[in-house]
Design a protein around this ligand. Sequence first.
Ligand SMILES: Nc1ncnc2c1ncn2[C@@H]1O[C@H](COP(=O)(O)OP(=O)(O)OP(=O)(O)O)[C@@H](O)[C@H]1O
Ligand SMILES: [Mg+2]
Length: 330
Amino acid sequence: MIISGTSGAGKSIRIVEIERNIIREGGTVIAFDINGTHEKVEGEIYNYISAQRDGLNVKLLDTSLVQNGQETMTNLLEYVMTILCPRQLRGAVQQNAVREALKFAIRNQKNFSTEMEAIAEGLNVQDSTEAKGAYRHLCDILEGNIFRCSEKQIIERRLNIISLKGINPKTQKRIIEIFLGVYWKMLRTNENNLKKCTLVIDEFQNLAFETNTVLFQMLTEARKYKLQLILATQTLTVFSKKQLAVINQAAVKLFFQPNVVDIRQIADFIEPGKKENWFAKLRDLKIGQAITVGELEINGHPKSQPIVTYSDYQSKKAAQPPNLPHNIGG
Ligand SMILES: Nc1ncnc2c1ncn2[C@@H]1O[C@H](COP(=O)(O)OP(=O)(O)OP(=O)(O)O)[C@@H](O)[C@H]1O
Ligand SMILES: [Mg+2]
């Protein structure tokens, strides 16, 4: 599901409603909360994990597949390299230093309390300019002490909110990308017990989303792995043609009030032949309303035409209105 709309259009309010519906239907949600802006949710459906305070249980250097012959060490190293190394870390010699550090970390894991400490030491012991250069690119992750043993786990059938509050924006991005990389591998190697998870990422335009990035792969192959993704963005104009084509494959798209500069492009995106029609509809959307396109069903009946959906947010606080066909979710 792709959600777009300008600031204040109603994306976050709708997202939390969709999340509640998913939980009600027995699903599990993992939502990344970049700056503590996720709508507050009360009650026991909620599992709050602060990346900084609680840490995140993410294992990059898991050699179990190598040990039982399902994966080669080269493959494991390649995979860790792609998710750990940011785009800036391109030079072959620096990358090689990271690869050596990873081998060191795998060999010496048990002497360190976290994987990142082991990798950092693996770079330090090389004592070369390349290793120092690589360290500089990775230091926020290596020293951030985010990926560590944590008492807080993702809980099934809950709305798990991973808060990245208090972490600088560049590192927040890297943390989400690494989390997604590990999650994506678990899905593809089938040893993941969180299979029915829905991942929710607000402001996803800030994440690396070029060809070959994890997010790009996730969007392209989500169906194959039964991955549920909800991605929200304030704007679609930042994306390339190729990225828009992948975004367009999403099963459901919700277009809230766009930014004025985006309106034409989005009208064209909804239905190229009827641009003028959608232009007028987009312009007239009220807060909370979204033109909803894709594989829709209302009370069990498929609906092929785009519709305007709306959630009655104000009165919902008092009581849940029964059987309104407005709620898209689950
Ligand atoms: N369905 C709705 N009915 C009535 N009011 C709404 C509805 N949805 C949102 N609002 C109002 O609009 C405000 C902004 O909504 P929301 O936080 O969801 O915007 P947003 O699209 O997430 O913006 P941003 O991109 O800045 O995060 C809410 O605080 C609420 O007051
Ligand atoms: Mg929001």
